[in-house]
Design a protein around this ligand. Structure first.
Ligand code: FAD
Length: 675
């Protein structure tokens, strides 16, 4: 007998959907030893999620692949609302912008999940040796709580089995269709991933365990385990967390088709409420496709079988429902790319982490209806929140206490998401009110207001993390007295502590190239101190700026204390400057060296100082005005590695900055920093 293999890893990720891939992507940039396994033999190729919100695109841009999604995707600019008029005939009642103008430099786009997974896979490959191990199933879990307090230790043991090909490829119903040029194609049935279908994990585990000659077995010892294994999460069951919430009676069908129709707004996102045949949402997609979310009528179920019995759901049944809703317009198709059906429910897990060693993310901790295009976005944003924190702890830069903020920050978002989805789905699934006295029906004015409000939430930009060790929201003198880290939000009235920093164009001082500020905040694990010293031709501004420069440049500055001696001085905390005076009045090399460090053989760093000035070709970003900063006083801002604002204070308040970092960062050995 060959003994089972054994491996030690920092992080084991179970599930390679959007949440797992985002995490692997973060870890690939931060030099963490991680493995990622998925029970399925292949990635998603079509169907599933498709909406990318603007915050998600900002995040993709911080990883350098937003341009791929932006170029390939269909851009969604306008939503049309369709309702019955007083005679019950369908009419277009309103048009609203899809993304609230000015909220981000990106707007919502749609591109199917398979492409998004591809971008992640390419990015992970470019930055590391991490590869998704497919057809690999965890079959047992052991957690030694006694070892959990020592973060050098490996308290988790997971047994992995490699599945045979037929085990890792679920059965799907095959349907054939004939295209207009006479070719036969197979329609992809997405029901096997729908919540109408039972999960196969336990059956697979039993089948593989019962095998006489076991498939390959490996024992993984891990410091951290992250369950990104979807709504039926196996990891969630191992730690015994439960999803709380309920499901509704509404069943919705989804068709990805190339439509043949006379409906005039088929290339707009539309919310259509029919008088009495239910509702439909139109999502125009890439490659001439259109996704239709169609409410299936209770009568469809009664005629065709119980809800739990999914065999009655076919693309034809879903299409017939759609035809009734868009009547008198015609709707048909010759090509269907994918279809599925799901039951609306809203659930959120009671806990997101066990002893800060086992974490859950994505659909494993929150499930809801897909119509608001949230699941994939929020799932990726869960692990975007977690990834850098894990990397900092594993790399010995931060105390493990920062890991507690994962649950406190993301559970709050999941609860907000569930509440939002509950309201949105009720309004969407409800019958339109006939008149003002019709209390059971949904008022279309209310629906429009909810849609507009919902768009802000759905964009992901509204996320506002609560006060914590990483978010200094205490202002003024408080009961916490001198121990609290005090922020001064009045110095930047349009920067919200706890939210991601908005982006405006600034010019590089050294070469006049315009950059969006967010483009400077790459997701590479670095903290940033952004100094806005105001006009550097004013003496009081220059004094403050030079005072800060002198403190940051000291051999015992907090930057030096928290940066490993063998790493470049800007690798843990990077200092960026945006001044508001003219480039022409100031020489970069006259500024204190802390603001443009010298990297030995690589010379001066010309990519740290920027100016709020008019560019030659792209206008004026008006960053100071847009951030609400007084040019005569300025402000310093601390930004987390995930672009959220931690602290806002006086330009030269070195002491508060230093105390902020000291509250969770680890002192590194003294020495000369690598250049
Ligand atoms: P999943 O994508 O479910 O990935 C989980 C992964 O874990 C899978 O690859 C699975 O094979 C693997 N796995 C599961 N169990 C195990 C196990 N025991 N061992 C190993 N691996 C395992 N969201 C949006 O944001 N926008 C949309 O427009 C949108 N539209 C949608 C439309 C439809 C029809 C559906 C069904 C969903 C839609 N969603 C949308 C939701 C979105 O698909 C999910 O929220 C998102 O995929 C969740 O990502 P995840 O990584 O958490 O989980």
């Amino acid at each position: 007998d060959t003994p089972d293999k054994e491996d030690y890893v920092d992080v084991l990720i179970v599930g390679a959907g959007p949440a797992g891939l985002m995490l692997a992507n973060w870890l690939s940039r931060c030099g963490v030893k991680a493995r990622i396994v998925d029970k399925r033999g292949s990635k998603v190729f079509n169907g599933q999620a498709d909406g990318l919100q603007c915050r998600t695109l900002e995040i993709f841009d911080s990883f350098d692949f937003a341009h791929r999604a932006w170029r390939e995707a269909n851009h969604m600019l306008e939503i049309c609302l369709w309702n019955p008029d007083k005679n019950g005939r369908l009419q277009r009642s309103d048009r609203i912008p899809d993304t609230i103008p000015g909220i981000s430099r990106f707007q919502q786009v749609v591109l199917h999940q398979g492409r998004i997974e591809r971008f992640f896979l390419d990015s992970i490959k470019e930055h590391s040796d991490i590869r998704v191990e497919r057809g690999v199933l965890p079959t047992s879990f052991d957690f030694d709580e006694a070892k959990a307090g020592n973060f050098e230790d490996y308290p988790i043991c997971v047994k992995l089995r490699t599945l045979a090909e037929e085990e890792s490829t679920p059965q799907q119903r095959q349907q054939h269709q004939k295209s207009s040029d006479g070719r036969q194609t197979v329609v992809e049935d997405g029901l096997f991933r729908s919540n109408l279908v039972a999960d196969d994990t336990e059956d697979l585990i039993q089948a593989t365990e019962a095998k006489e000659t076991p498939s390959q077995v490996e024992h993984i010892k891990a410091k951290f385990l992250v369950g990104c294994d979807g709504a039926h999460s196996w990891v969630r069951r191992q730690v015994g967390f439960s999803l709380e919430g309920s499901s509704t009676d509404y069943i919705w069908g989804v068709l990805d088709i190339v439509p043949i129709t006379d409906f005039p707004d088929i290339r707009h996102r539309c919310a259509i409420h029919s008088a009495d045949a239910g509702s439909l949402m139109v999502i125009p997609r890439e490659n001439k496709l259109v996704r239709l979310y169609i409410q299936l009528q209770a009568t469809d179920c009664q005629k065709n079988g119980s809800k739990a019995d999914r065999s009655w759901i076919t693309p034809e049944i879903i299409l017939r429902s759609a035809q009734r809703i868009v009547h008198p317009y015609k709707l048909d198709y010759a090509y269907c790319d994918w279809w599925t059906a799901y039951q609306i429910g809203q659930r959120v897990s009671d806990k997101f982490s066990q002893s800060d060693r086992v974490f859950l993310a994505g659909d494993a901790v929150h499930t809801h209806s897909p119509k608001a295009g949230q699941g994939m976005n929020v799932s990726m944003q869960d692990t975007y929140n977690l990834g850098w924190k894990l990397a900092h702890v594993i790399n010995g830069l931060s105390e493990p206490s920062i890991l507690q903020t994962y649950e406190s920050e993301r559970k709050q978002i999941a609860q907000e998401l569930i509440a939002f989805d509950h309201r949105f789905s009720r309004l969407f699934s409800g019958r339109p009110a006939k008149d003002i006295m019709d209390e059971e029906g949904v008022s279309m004015e209310e629906f429009k207001r909810a849609f507009e409000k919902g768009n802000e939430f759905a964009s992901g930009i509204a996320v506002n993390y609560a006060a914590s060790i990483l978010v200094a929201k205490v202002t003024g003198v408080t009961e916490q007295g001198n121990n609290a880290i005090i922020s001064k939000p009045e110095l930047a009235t349009k920067i919200d502590i706890g939210k991601r920093i908005p982006s405006f164009k600034v010019l590089n001082h050294a070469d006049a190239r315009p950059w969006h500020l967010q483009e400077l905040l790459k997701s590479n694990g670095r903290w940033r101190v952004i100094v806005f010293p105001g006009r550097l031709t004013e003496s009081q501004n220059t004094e403050r700026f030079e005072r800060l420069g002198a403190s940051l440049g000291r051999s015992d500055s907090f930057i030096r204390q928290f940066t490993p001696p063998d790493k470049p001085i800007d690798s843990v905390i990077e200092v960026l400057t945006v001044h508001s005076g003219s480039r022409r009045d100031i020489e970069l090399l006259d500024l204190p060296e802390a603001f443009h460090p010298h990297h030995g053989d690589m010379g001066w760093d010309y990519w740290k100082v920027f100016v709020d000035e008019e560019s030659y070709h792209e206008g004026h970003g008006q960053a100071y005005a847009n951030y609400g900063i007084d040019q005569n006083r300025g402000v310093s801002v601390i930004i987390r590695p995930d672009q959220y604002v931690s602290w806002v204070g006086e330009v030269d308040d070195y002491e508060q900055m230093s105390r902020f970092f000291a509250s969770f960062m680890k002192q590194q050995a003294a020495g000369n920093h690598a250049l």
